[in-house]
Design a protein around this ligand. Structure first.
Ligand code: DHB
Length: 388
């Protein structure tokens, strides 16, 4: 097969790119070693920035985010057992939307199918070669038949375990680890609050998010070596109840734990995001810790820049456009890296923290919620900086 753009990775980044290229009259083939079912059932974050919502709606992917998603005009920052509302609309004139990544994937997959996109899931033995002249992607389909795709350009949108990333010669890798992880649960219970709660407590961070009227998503800071199977429902609820408790008498609504996982936690950037005719997008090039839900939003913002760059290179023959990609994408990546790092370090306790560190952290939170400037920074970052 011959195509203009071969896209490795059929998650939200790869599919959105394929969709935007289709709108620009450029063909692509998307390949992914996972099955549609696997992607649809792997829980990811649930918050979309304002411009991520606009991109889904304005590019004709789906209006479902507006009908089935929930607009949130703020969050609650809770520490010392007291909740403080951060009003995004008042401070930044913007909202975010609670709409799980699995739903974003379903919408994008439907849109590509509707528009006749060539998207192949469940492939194996993927190999990418010749990225300096004629990018070639080889793979086997579910029946074991071998296939070869040659393309003008290849995009690695193949996530945090990217194979494409390794083809960039002599990259700079920026890396940071954290001495904690998140324990994520899906629970059967009604919502405990109308908005998300980001909670700091002496026992560690907890995040109360939502999914539906009857299913909620919650996370709490844990040791990275924790085994989810060691945690009974009672042990999980004890942690969550203790961390959220306060003089105001707030109490989470609990219920059976439907699913439990320990989530990886790190900051990572690989630069450059281009090597010859290979370009990287999303988690293939960078990872953020989950606090603030920037991962998917950042992937979509890479793809927004990449679609424009590829259109200039392919349709207008302007191959210099490719040279601008890394700097343009990384400008936003580093803002989001800082934001995610900042939200993380402001709300988690490090095992080696001193009593000074703990009081300083409370001082930071107290300053933030009392300051319109401080709260506005949070509101702008959370709802997403404007795209130019
Ligand atoms: C969710 C995840 C996040 O990391 C976050 O900051 C907010 C919400 C979620 O899964 O709902």
């Amino acid at each position: 097969t011959r195509t203009q753009v071969a896209i490795v990775g059929g998650g939200p980044a790869g599919l959105m790119l394929s969709h935007l290229l289709h709108l620009a009259g450029i063909d692509s083939v998307v390949v992914d070693n996972r099955t549609v079912e696997e992607i649809e059932t792997t829980h990811r974050a649930g918050i979309l920035e304002r411009d991520s919502v606009r991109l889904l709606v304005d590019s004709g992917v789906s209006d479902r985010v507006l009908t089935d998603g929930h607009e949130h005009e703020g969050i609650s920052l809770r520490f010392g057992g007291v909740s403080h509302r951060i009003d995004f609309q008042k401070l930044a004139g913007a909202s975010c939307w609670l709409y799980p990544q699995t739903e974003v994937f379903i919408d994008l997959h439907r849109a590509r199918t509707r528009d006749g996109g060539d998207v192949r899931y469940g492939i194996t033995d993927t190999e990418v070669t010749d990225v300096l002249d004629t990018p070639t992607v080889r793979f086997a389909d579910a029946d074991g038949a071998r296939h070869e795709i040659t393309a003008d350009l290849v995009v690695g949108a193949d996530g945090s375990r990217s194979i494409c990333r390794k083809l960039v010669a002599d990259p700079h890798m920026y890396y940071r680890e954290y001495p904690f992880a998140w324990f994520g649960v899906m629970v059967q219970a009604p919502p405990s609050a109308p908005e998300l709660i980001y909670n700091r407590s002496p026992q560690g961070f907890a995040l109360i998010s939502q999914r539906t009227d009857t299913v909620q998503r919650m996370y709490f800071q844990c040791d990275p070596g924790e085994n989810p199977d060691d945690w009974s429902d009672d042990r999980i609820w004890e942690q969550l109840h203790t961390r959220l408790s306060g003089a105001d008498g707030f109490r989470l609504k609990d219920g059976p734990v439907l699913e439990r996982t320990v989530l990886p936690f790190r900051s990572f950037v690989q630069s450059p995001m281009r090597h010859g005719r290979l370009l990287l997008a999303g988690d293939a090039a960078h990872t953020v810790p989950p606090t603030g839900a920037k991962g998917l939003n950042l992937a979509l913002s890479d793809v927004r820049v990449l679609a424009e760059v590829l259109e200039r290179a392919i349709t207008k023959g302007d191959s210099d456009a490719l040279d601008t990609y890394t700097d343009r994408a990384l400008a936003r990546v580093w803002k989001a890296q800082h934001f995610s790092y900042w939200m993380t370090t402001m709300l988690h306790n490090s095992s080696d923290a001193s009593d000074f560190d703990e009081q300083r952290q409370l001082g930071e939170l107290a300053t933030l919620v009392a300051s319109e400037a401080g709260s506005t920074y949070l509101a702008e970052g959370y709802t997403g900086w404007p795209h130019h």
